[in-house]
Design a protein. Structure first.
Length: 195
């Protein structure tokens, strides 16, 4: 019985763990060029007639071009997804070029439906994983991100918490984040729906 204990522990541990898996369902066709004009709502985007697919449906120029990072966070995300490349529809990928100014950052955020991989092409980038993702550009940096979903979603924490419409009440935010109510007021003004 004693010899069986480690095995029992392993079995119990394996039963207790579960895989976290965030990706899109497998496509049912080789390609499904998005009909971004269709009024039909489905889980994804409606395919246009494959006979009408064109080379331009699979092309997006300009990812090599530096973007303006002169904004309050010092970064600029250029998304390339099914909106820019209709041919990506159902293929489960979302790409982005991210330009960082010195000490710029990509605010703490999470992608509820996607796993993200980042390749830094130039400069140095500090990336923190705090159960969600947090990028800090240390010097001028250019990064390419790929996410395993055509619509990974993005929840930017500060905007979600302090910029919600309707706002979360002062009392809740002050207590939850241990902040003075004046600070809550300031933060809501920064991230509120009007900004
Ligand atoms: Mn991200």
């Amino acid at each position: 019985m004693e010899k069986a204990t480690p095995l029992l522990v392993l079995v119990l541990l394996s039963l207790a763990s579960s895989l976290t898996f965030a990706a899109d369902p497998s496509p049912l066709q080789d390609f499904c060029v998005a009909d971004n004009m269709s009024p039909v709502l489905v889980n994804g985007v409606v395919c246009k007639d494959p006979m009408l697919a064109q080379a331009s449906d699979f092309f997006f120029p300009g990812l090599d071009m530096p973007r303006n990072t002169n904004n309050r966070v010092g970064s600029n995300v250029t998304a390339v997804n099914v909106v820019q490349i209709p041919g990506l529809n159902t293929l489960g990928i979302f790409m982005a070029r991210i330009d960082f100014a010195p000490y710029g950052l990509n605010p703490p955020h999470t992608h509820p439906r996607g796993t993200e991989m980042i390749v830094v092409q130039e400069g140095t980038l500090l990336v923190g994983l705090i159960h969600f993702q947090f990028n800090v550009g240390q010097t001028n940096a250019v990064a390419i991100a790929a996410l395993a979903s055509q619509n990974p979603g993005v929840i930017t924490i500060a905007n979600a918490v302090f910029g919600s419409n309707l706002p979360i009440s002062y009392d809740v935010l002050a207590k939850a984040f241990q902040l003075d109510k004046k600070v809550v007021d300031f933060l809501q003004a920064q991230f509120g729906p009007k900004n």
